[in-house]
Ligand binder design. Sequence first.
Ligand code: PXP
Length: 244
Amino acid sequence: MNTVRHLRLGVNIDHVATIRNARGGDHPDPVKAALAAAAAGADGITAHLREDRRHIRDDDISALMAALSIPLNLEMAATQEMLDIALRHKPHAACIVPEKREERTTEGGLDAAGQFGQLMPIVSALTAAGIRVSLFIEPDPRQIDAAIRLQAPVVEFHTGRYAHLEGGERAAELRRISDAAALAAKNGIEPHAGHGLTFDNVGPVAAIPQLAELNIGHFLIGEAIFSGLKEAIREMRRQMDLVR
Ligand code: PXP
């Protein structure tokens, strides 16, 4: 079995920008949060530049690229505008996500199978620029098959359903994620996971041996109110390491 020992933690700092934007000034600064996350043991920083710029803004991406010594994973919709921005900044990785203006957060995975033709030139252009492409998909063999055909090196499984379900339904969704991680790894794709993960639900996901990275945001930024960002990240790291 393809077991990855160190499970990387990507900290998503979008909601530091959400709080900043509530008052329109510079505080709290997402770059300062990213540096604190790195100091607390984050392996990477994730930021989603949404089309409506509701949290992260264009100047945050420039500032993060200049300040960070750990990899930046830019989450982006599959549009020409976002492709141009990614090619300009050349982050370590770009995770292609579906985006709907009216949604509160990324509510489901990308339909990589249904949007194959639209995704192919974007995946190719990012790859040609040396950016590691990830596709944010549901843990579904049909979507993994599309990722294989698109030659994406990474997929990130949407754990939102797992996070919201309970009991037997949650166990079934966990099996779906676990099977999908095994299928991706068997086909040479590095599986990641994220969305809705908390101290209480991260363990069973972190225990899936093929997973190489988790991306976690909203819970950590919320928890930072009570314990501070560094302590929240250290505790998440501890929970992840307990099951490896
Ligand atoms: N991964 C991806 C691709 C996402 O879009 C998000 C949310 O922006 C996350 C991970 C993190 O989700 P959460 O904020 O619920 O931890």
